[in-house]
Structures are given as structure tokens and as C-alpha cells.
Write a protein that binds this ligand. Sequence first.
Ligand SMILES: NC(=O)c1ccc[n+]([C@@H]2O[C@H](COP(=O)([O-])OP(=O)(O)OC[C@H]3O[C@@H](n4cnc5c(N)ncnc54)[C@H](O)[C@@H]3O)[C@@H](O)[C@H]2O)c1
Ligand SMILES: O=C(O)C[C@H](O)C(=O)O
Length: 313
Amino acid sequence: MPLTRKKITVVGAGFTGATTALLLAQKELGDVVLLDIPQLENPTKGKALDMLEAGPVQGFDATITGTSSYEDAEGSDIVIITAGVARKPGMSRDDLVSINAGIVRSVCENIKRVAPDSIVILLSNPVDAMTYVAYHTLGFPKNRVIGQSGVLDTARFCTFVSQELNVSVEDVRGFVLGGHGDDMVPLVRYSSVGGIPLEVLLPKERIDAIVQRTRVGGGEIVNLLGTGSAYYAPAASLVQMTEAIVKDKKRILPSIALLEGEYGYDHLFMGVPTLLGGNGIERIYELELTVEEKTALDKSAQSVKNVIAVVNG
Ligand SMILES: NC(=O)c1ccc[n+]([C@@H]2O[C@H](COP(=O)([O-])OP(=O)(O)OC[C@H]3O[C@@H](n4cnc5c(N)ncnc54)[C@H](O)[C@@H]3O)[C@@H](O)[C@H]2O)c1
Ligand SMILES: O=C(O)C[C@H](O)C(=O)O
């Protein structure tokens, strides 16, 4: 059988979608289709062509096609959904639920038609609830419907730890559980630097400050930008998850997954440690939690349930 490149469709050609498309091509993870609404067809084509013309300079071989037609996404192996509205200063991610649920539903109806065997990764916010919407619209098995939050939230945590200790980011390990909201749960007990537990290296009040900054990390960027939200680190996070799947790397990364009893939650989509490989989410890891950690996770889970209730409303 001839070897073929993977086909990766990115729906939404805005800040996160366009950045993701470029990073995917630069890493030669597959041929990329960048798709937005018909009213933005020419700008989407323009962005894709501009990226393609970076190929000879940077030495990557990947096609990048800009389109507004789902027929161009036909047979995609992976679909990344970034379509939707981003929040503005003063808003929470949950304020986007109604408008983005409608957008994610319509995108997923098309994806179900043209790429029924794809693995779908959600970014649109509020992302835990949007992953729930996507799962129910697509009707795909749960291993093929994945949300991105924890890679980004963990990256923020690791960034702040590396700044605090003035050490390489490469040596910092963190783990953020729960919903992608201000009550997410950075697991300090499972965080380390060069194998040394974080609690040995930093006093409690510095760790608490890093945990709090991580929880509101998205809002920090929203306030600085003034319009729109973060996109470089979110795109890098999507690409890390995609790479794990495309290369069947069996990486242990946090993903938003359907919980069916894990951590004591049923039919809830929330961020947990997962094994990501060629089949998408191949396993969910259940960690032992202390009473305080479980209480914090319950609070985060309740926030996600409240947003899902709006979707079901
Ligand atoms: N989960 C996370 O960690 C995370 C991180 C960053 C951003 N986000 C979310 O991702 C979403 C996108 O953010 P952004 O910065 O790229 O926003 P953006 O406004 O720059 O881009 C969104 C794009 O979606 C397109 N779009 C809207 N409806 C569409 C439809 N029906 N079909 C196809 N495309 C459609 C828009 O035309 C626009 O180009 C937002 O909801 C944001 O909150 C989530
Ligand atoms: O904060 C946002 O609204 C965007 C994203 O969820 C983020 O964490 O950067």
C-alpha cells in the first residue's frame, strides 16, 4: 500500500486556527486544510497560500489549502475545531456557551458527513461543554472526541515555575486537572523539576501564587490583548496533541475526555490525564487524590456541569 500523508483539517481560520495550521505544516504532521465561513473564503485562501509560500524558506513539505467548502475536508484523519467567538475583557469563557454551541453543532454536522472516521479535537470555548456538544452531534466513539485544555494550562503552570526558579522549561513537569475555568486544579503534588518534587523547591506561598496565576492565565492574556484571546500557546498545545496521535506516540497528556465513572463522575467531559496515540484517547488514568484535591475537582466538575446544563437547557 502506498504511504500517504495524514490529512488534517482546521476549522476556524482565526488566530488559533491559522497559527495551528502553520505549526502543523512546519512540523510536517500532514497536509492541512484550513476552513472558515463562506464570507471569509478569500482571506482564508490568502492565509493558506501565504503559509504555503513559507515552505520553501523553512523547508517543509505540506500542502495548505484555504477553503470554505467541507468537501475539501473529505476523508480527514484529524479535525481540529477552533471555530467560534473568543471572549473579551470582563467576560468569562462560559459567556460564549450559547453562540459557540450553535457554531460547534453546525461544524460537527458537516464533519460527521465528510470525515466520519476522523479524530476530532475541540478548542472552541467553553471547551469542556463544547466537547460534550461535539460528542453528541458527531456520534463518534468517545476515544475520537477530545478537548484541549490541560496541555495549555499545564504549559502556563510550567512557564511560571521555570520563571520563578530560573530553570529550563524542559525540566519542569506539571499536571492540571479539571475544567478549563478559573477553578481548574493544578496538581502540585504531581509536579516536579528535574525529578525533584516542586514542594521541596518552593515555599507554599510561592506555589499558591503560581497556582492562582495559572487558574486565571487565560484572562491575563485576554486583558493584555484587549481584544481576542491567547493563540500561540493554545495552537502549540493542539499541535502537541495532534503529533501524539499522528505519530502514535502514546504520550500521557491531559485531555478533555468523556468520564464514565472515572474520578466518580458520570457522563461528564473534563480534563484528566490520558494516553494519546493513534486511536485518540486510548486510556484515562485515575490518580489517587487527597481530600482537598478531590474537593477542588468536585468544584471544577460542578462548574462544567452548570455550563452543560445551559447547553441542554
Ligand atoms: N480551549 C482552549 O484552551 C482555548 C484556547 C484559545 C482559544 N480558545 C477558543 O477558541 C475559539 C477561537 O479562538 P480564536 O482566537 O481563534 O478566535 P478568532 O475569532 O480569531 O477565530 C475564530 C474563527 O472561527 C470562525 N468561525 C465562526 N463560525 C464558524 C463556522 N460556523 N464555521 C467555520 N468557522 C467559523 C470565524 O470566522 C473566525 O475566523 C474561541 O472560542 C476561544 O475562546 C480556546
Ligand atoms: O482565556 C480564554 O478565553 C482563551 C483560552 O481558553 C485560554 O485559556 O487562553
